[in-house]
Structure formats: C-alpha cells, structure tokens
Ligand binder design. Structure first.
Ligand code: B12
Ligand code: SF4
Length: 572
C-alpha cells in the first residue's frame, strides 16, 4: 500500500523537532513492505494546493495526519474536506495527541479513522484491514464511524513492552536540512533568555561543523499534572545500550555532535541518571547534550555536577510555579523548596536552565504570582533568563475537563479551531478578533493578562537593582549597552576573528557589572539498577519531603461535575 503521512502546522513558527510520531509510523509501515512518504507542512509551510498536488502525484491508499498537538485541528479539518473532494478514494486517518479529541474529529471533519495511543502496531493491522478487507472493529485502539454512522471505539491498544524492538526512525524520508542544526543557531534562541556564558566546550576545534539534533528516547511520565495530557501509561525507556548505539549511528550518519534529549520526562529517578552517566562515560562518546523534561525530584547536586562533566550544557525542568498552592493544584508532586534547591545546584554546576513558569491556572491570584516572582528572585535568574506562559487547555488534560465543566468551553469544534496554529506562549497578546484566551481564575481578565508583564517588569527591575553597579540612570544605560555587547564575542568567535574575544568581553563586562559564582566537582558512586517500566505514582513522589496536597484541580473538577450530575468516569 502507499501511505502518505502529513504533519500539519502546529503553531505560527516551526521548530527543529523531527516529527517522531510520523517517523515511527513510517518505520512500522516500511517493515510490512508499504511505500511511505512524509510531507511536513509544519516545516515546509506549503499551500493547500501544493499538498493536494503532491497527494495526487503519489496517489496514496491512505493519508495519515500526525496531530502532534491538538493545535493541528483546523488544518486537519480543512484538509480532510479538500482531500475528500479531490481524491475520494483515499482513506483518511489521524493519530497523535490530537486523538484525545477522537469524537470531536469524527463529528466535525471528513476523517475516517482516529488512531489512539501508540500507533506502531495499530497502523500495521489497520492498513492490512483496509487493504485486504475485514472489520475495523477487529483493530484495537481506533475510533471510527460504522455503517450506521455511529461512532465506535474499539478496545484500547496495549503499549509496546520493549521500546528496543523499535527500528530507528527512517530519517531518509525527511529533508534532514531542517533537523540537523548548527548548534550556534540553536543556542541563539537561549541567548535571548540570558544564556550569556555559552559553554566553552562549544568552541572546541574538534566540534567545529558538527550538527545538533533533537532525539526522543523516552515515552511517558511518572506523573499526571493537571495541565498536561498523557495518552501513555507509566514511563518506558530504551536500554542504555540501544540508546547509545542510536546516538553513535547518528554521529556517524549525520555528523551529529550535539544532542537535545527531548521527552516529557528524561529519566524517572536518580539511579537512572547515574546509570546514564556511567554508561555514557564507558562508551567514551564525546558529545555535548541538552536535557529537556527533567523533574526536580529526580536530580541532586552530585548528579548535576556529574552531568556537566559528562557533556551536558543545559537542563530544563518544569518548575511551573513558586507557589505551593499552585503546585498542588497542578498536582506537580514537587515543592517550592525543591525547585529552589535544584535551581541553585544547577547554577553551581554551571549548567544553564531557563525556569519556565505557568501563570493563570485555576486558583491563581496576584499573591501567588508574587510568590513566583519571589522564587525567581531567590534563584537569582539573569537578564530575561526565564519563560512565562499561560496554560492552554487541550483535549485529554484535566484542565480541558475543568474548562468544559465550568462552561468556559461550550463548543469543542469552535474552541479547537480558535487555538489552531497559534503560538501558545503568546496567548495574551493576540488581536481581539483572534483572542482565544480563557481566564480560569477568579481575578478580572485585564489583571490576569497583565501578570506576564508584572513578572517581567519586576524581574527587570530586580536585575538592574542588584546586578548592575551605579545610579539608576547609569544602570539603565549599562543594561541597554549590555544587551548588545553580549552578542559581540559570540559573533567574533564564531567567525574566528578573535580567539580570545570572550576573555576581552568578560573583562569589559567585569568593569561594568558584578560577575557570577563557581562550584566544585563532586563524584558519586554508580547505583547499578536496571531500567524497567515505571508505573505512575498514585501519590506525588515525596522523595523524603512531605507534600501536603490541599487542593487539586482534578478534585475540584470531579466535585463540580458530580454536583452537576455529569458522568465523571470519562474525566482525565
Ligand atoms: C515535541 C513536542 C512538541 C514540539 C512539536 C514539534 C514536533 N515537530 O514534534 C513543540 C515544541 C512544537 C511543542 C509545542 C507544544 N506542545 Co508539545 N509536545 C511534544 C512532545 C514532548 C513530544 C512529541 C513526540 O514527538 N512524541 C514522540 C512520539 C513517538 O509520540 P507521539 O507523537 O505520541 O506518536 C505516537 C502516537 O501518537 C501515534 N501517532 C502519532 N502520529 C500519528 C500519525 C498516524 C497516521 C498514526 C496512525 C499514529 C500516529 O503513533 C506514534 C508512535 O507510537 C509531546 C509529549 C509526548 N510525549 O508526546 C508534547 C505534547 C504533544 N505537546 C503538548 C502541548 C500542550 C504543547 C503546547 C501547546 C505547549 C505550550 N503551551 O506551548 C505547544 C503547542 C504548540 C503551540 N501552539 O504553541 C501536549 C499536547 C496535548 C494535546 N492534547 O494536544 C503534549 C502531549 C504534552 C502533554 N503531555 O501535554 N510540542
Ligand atoms: S511531569 Fe507533569 S507536566 Fe511533565 S510530563 Fe509529567 S505529567 Fe506532564
């Protein structure tokens, strides 16, 4: 069979993240001898008519959309109509996180089948049923319309037991120039978030010309935070042997020297970090890497120093808030104290991080926002070295359930269209007619929308007051100079004009500003336990620290729903 996979636009600008969902589906289909093509519209941003032309040229039996995020909704809806009008024979299927909205999709679009959860096995069964005939109801993990036009959901698909059974993603189906990135282009983004002192290892001669690539090596998470959608249970990892073979393969095939380990949760606990570090050292892989999706209760000071030593230059945590009340509402399973401690250790280990804060979950008040501001001050972040976002309710998350129970979302189809292809981090900056912001709090809209500014302004003032020497006016001028000055050494060093540009810059900066602090390396024994499927925690991971869950969004939603006589069994 010929299968065409389409990745719809997810937000206004694409990222360098390869479309892993579609890649693994393609790998599975190729194993069964199918012919597969991928069009990444998110990256290519080609017109609808070009997509139709390419579909016609390939003439696929199945067109599959990978709705990585539900913000792909409108594109899938529009495209399904266009394809059905132009190519009535193609079967249209959808998979990805958007499948949490399977009923909404089947009610409002021309999609034939929605694949829920992991798709590798389902797609094999589905394609053979579509090819050879047979009832769709024999395929687990799908939702479709039957002959009577009724929406039918089959039994859930079991998760893949051993991730090592998966083939490497068939990257040759993609135009790799979009995903093999110049590491300096990549960190450009972070220099706007205060990454001033770029890891000197970036400039080592033997790394010159090496590319940066994002890889996804873990599935699932140990928690279920209330703003998050989880369609997989527990957490599964590849064995370290598989992981580093894969890394070696990418080094050899694509000259990759910098990796970004992208996942919801990089590793579930401390022992896994030690195993990862030890195995990486044993392999003698000279890579630099960046970890996304770390939980603060999974690392400690020794691990952070050891990670730095092993080649890590950046680690990203979901700090989310400086208010315990808000962390509890999010069911984060962490404490503000843990957040502070880990942020400080990270800085000491000279690892870069951009603390990400969520403002505006139900229960947020100006007082809790101020607690987040205090948190950022306590961890002493640099110039704009943080991110502030508002939550976006998407299907499959407890926040979406809450928004529906409270009546904030009354029409799923209209709501999903309104949040399609938007940049979720700019939710409060949209024109009036495109405004899809939901105020989940008890505070007035204008107050809530201004919290982002409040936080940014307070942090700028804090920085100018405490980090810059001189009178206020002088400080302000210096900050303006500093904003531009910090770009110079990077440009010069990169172009190879001045070898010691960073040194010169540091001296100039030293005259104007106070410099940062350092730290010592500490080593820790390896705890050699084995990787395994880790189930989700029923209770937050305490890690020795008592967490009092006073309120939680899930509980609030359940109470409200049962008071209204609604069916609570379908709530996330
Ligand atoms: C990478 C990623 C991104 C990247 C996506 C870029 C890219 N090209 O991939 C970026 C950075 C853009 C991104 C942004 C956002 N993201 Co995001 N992201 C992820 C993440 C961490 C990994 C996705 C991934 O590659 N997974 C690995 C693959 C193997 O798994 P998979 O995609 O689920 O694919 C499997 C199945 O779904 C299925 N499948 C997938 N496609 C297809 C296609 C077919 C035809 C079939 C049959 C099956 C199938 O089979 C696959 C293999 O088993 C997920 C979390 C997660 N673990 O999935 C969140 C996730 C998708 N993101 C999410 C969210 C909320 C966002 C943001 C809104 C966050 C924010 N507030 O800014 C933004 C949205 C963009 C915007 N509008 O601003 C939610 C989506 C919830 C929802 N209902 O849509 C997720 C699930 C996180 C979470 N747990 O809540 N994200
Ligand atoms: S820690 Fe929370 S936000 Fe992060 S992936 Fe797990 S459930 Fe989602």
């Amino acid at each position: 069979m010929r299968v065409l996979l389409i990745i719809p636009p997810l937000r206004e600008k694409p990222t360098h993240y390869p479309p892993f969902g579609a890649l693994y589906i393609a790998a599975s289909l190729l194993e069964d001898g199918n012919e597969v093509q991928i069009i990444n519209v998110d990256v290519e941003r080609i017109h609808y008519s070009d997509v139709i032309r390419r579909i016609r040229d390939f003439s696929p039996d199945i067109v599959g959309f990978s709705g990585i995020v539900s913000t792909a909704y409108k594109y899938i809806k529009d495209m399904s109509v266009l394809i059905k009008e132009n190519l009535p024979i193609s079967k249209l299927i959808v998979g990805g996180s958007i499948s949490a909205a399977s009923e909404i999709i089947l009610q409002n679009t021309k999609i034939d089948v929605v694949v829920k959860g992991e798709g590798e096995i389902t797609i094999k069964e589905l394609s053979s049923v579509l090819k050879d005939g047979g009832g769709l109801n024999t395929v687990k993990g799908i939702t479709f319309r039957d002959e009577e036009n009724k929406i039918v959901a089959t039994m859930p698909r079991e998760q893949i037991k051993n991730l090592d059974d998966l083939s490497y993603p068939p990257y040759e189906l993609l135009d790799m120039k979009h995903y093999l990135i110049d590491p300096f282009d990549y960190i450009k983004h972070f220099t706007q978030n205060g990454y001033d002192e770029i890891d000197p290892r970036f400039y080592e001669p033997h790394r010159k010309g090496k590319k940066l690539m994002v890889i996804h090596t873990v599935r699932g998470c140990t928690h279920r935070c209330t703003f998050c959608q989880r369609h997989m249970h527990g957490i599964r990892m590849h064995s370290l042997n598989y992981l580093f073979n894969y890394v070696e393969y990418l080094i050899e095939k694509y000259n990759v020297g910098f990796f970004s380990f992208g996942a919801e949760l990089f590793l579930p606990g401390k022992k896994f970090y030690w195993e990862f570090i030890e195995a990486l050292k044993k392999r003698k892989l000279d890579i630099l890497f960046y970890i996304t999706g770390a939980r603060v209760n999974t690392v400690d000071k020794d691990i952070l120093y050891a990670l730095k030593d092993a080649g890590c230059w950046m680690i990203e945590y979901g700090f989310e808030s400086g208010s315990q009340k808000m962390l509890d509402i999010m069911e984060k399973g962490t404490t503000v104290e843990q957040n502070i401690q880990v942020a400080r250790w990270t800085k000491e280990a000279k690892l870069f991080t951009v603390p990400a804060i969520i403002l505006g979950m139900p229960g947020e008040t100006t007082a809790t926002v101020r607690e987040s501001i205090d948190f950022l001050k306590k961890i002493d972040v640099g110039w704009h070295q943080f991110m502030v976002n508002y939550p976006l309710a998407l299907p499959g998350s407890p926040l979406y359930d809450y928004a529906k129970v409270k009546g904030y979302i009354t029409n799923d189809d209209e709501y999903l269209e309104s949040v399609s292809n938007i940049n979720a981090s700019l939710l409060v900056h949209r024109d009036e007619e495109k405004d899809c912001f939901i105020n989940y709090t008890e505070e007035p809209d204008e107050v809530v929308k201004d919290w982002q500014n409040l936080l940014i302004n307070e942090m700028e003032m804090y920085y100018i007051k405490h980090k810059v020497k001189g009178s206020f006016i002088l400080k302000f001028i210096k900050v303006m100079i500093f904003r531009h000055l910090r770009k110079i050494p990077r440009i010069l060093r990169r172009e190879g004009v001045i070898k010691g540009a960073k040194h010169i810059y540091k001296r100039v900066r030293g005259v104007l500003f106070i410099s940062g602090s350092g730290g010592k390396k500490v080593k820790k024994q390896n705890d050699n336990s084995k990787g395994e499927l880790i189930p989700e925690k029923k209770e937050p991971n305490k890690d020795g620290i008592e967490i009092t869950r006073s309120v939680s969004l899930r509980k609030i939603t359940r109470t409200l729903a049962s008071e209204m006589g609604l069916d609570t069994s379908k709530l996330n």
